[in-house]
Design a protein around this ligand. Sequence first.
Ligand SMILES: Nc1nc2c(ncn2[C@@H]2O[C@H](COP(=O)(O)OP(=O)(O)OP(=O)(O)O)[C@@H](O)[C@H]2O)c(=O)[nH]1
Length: 425
Amino acid sequence: MPKLDSPSHPSSWNPHAQPHPHPHPHPQDHDHDHDHDESDTVSQLQLPPFYSPRPIPVSRAISELDLNSLSSTQSHTTMASPLKSTTATSQFQSELETDTSLPGLVSPAFTPPSTPGASTQRIPQPIVVDSTVPNGGCGQKKPKLLEELPEVNCVVRARIPTTIGGTEMFLHLYQNSEDSKEHLAIVFGNGIRSTSLDRPREGETDMDRLIRGAYTGRLYPGRTSSRAPENEDGESPSGKVIAQKAEEPVLVRIHSECYTGETVWSARCDCGEQLDEAARLMSLPGSGGGVIIYLRQEGRGIGLGEKLKAYNLQDLGSDTVEANLLLRHPADARSYGLATAMLRDLGQVDIQLLTNNPDKVRAVEGPNREIVVRERVPMIPLAWRGKTGGIRSQEVGGYLKTKIEKMGHMLQMEEVSESLQSTQI
Ligand SMILES: Nc1nc2c(ncn2[C@@H]2O[C@H](COP(=O)(O)OP(=O)(O)OP(=O)(O)O)[C@@H](O)[C@H]2O)c(=O)[nH]1
């Protein structure tokens, strides 16, 4: 039975407490997939005193960063040669191929942002990764994983026509053996099915199956059978369904909930933009579709309330990692075992992962490499690519800088520097 959530943080603080070297994890995350060595991180940090964070405004703190001293060659991707993606869509592929100045594999160089009219419409090139070898393009850290994957069960799915060029997706809602949250799989493509959803339930009727989404083909008024007629082609009169490409790794994004970035227009992070961009790529004609695993681990697993406290600490001068530690949480309290189990349930074992986070690559592969990440597609902020609609703020610049410097995210630092310098609040 799913366990109920319980507060993960003591209600009272010890004003003399230092950031805890082994902070109490989020209840969902007791498998400690994520192996940040917090004690190391804490000892390396020049943390402000608990009750007296740096008494300077965050905007000034960021503008005072020594941007020139930042390494522009930081790289975690050291595979020997760029391999052309086997999975990119025809449009995706042609965008890549026409871009003759595409970045190299090791440290992709991107168009400096913020030059009006200089938009190149580039999209990031997939990078081959291999977690079984050192320097395989996904960091060195071995995540601590549960020995067995959690159980997951897709209880319902429904067709959702989207605002993204009329493309349709199927929203799958899961229950699991680890927590009581409603984790989701957003599936673009008509060939991807959930094994647990399709499994017959004792005593259910065809109408029960139709209502919980365990049908083939399409629903229409008056339909009574959960099995589609043989000749049904899966097209709807109003929507576009992306056809999955057989035998090719599907594009996957594992996304953690961010109420602030996805719902209330926060410019503190790039979460909303990343979700939109993942959906856009999976909606491209010929893309083969894709899966967004949407995990309810708000605030890197510490919950919304604690994240809001962390934002106040950030306004008082801490960065995103320091703020978590000051609140006695890990820098990152997330795990990805549920994502691994959900992807397996959806029949996706070879994947192309949209991420900059090296720990995600290793963690989603699971304790016995139940999933294999074949390629990583970097998530380059739109603003850095000269695209419109990208998030520009001092806060997001500082946030990305910290993710690169302290969390090992595979983005180039010089781009953050340029982005920060050109920021208009
Ligand atoms: N604690 C904390 N969480 C934050 C902050 N800003 C964003 N988040 C959370 O960070 C998470 C971002 O998750 P993702 O975008 O899936 O992943 P990521 O680790 O950034 O890696 P990518 O795959 O490269 O995007 C979400 O759960 C956000 O709510 C912050 O300042 N503090």
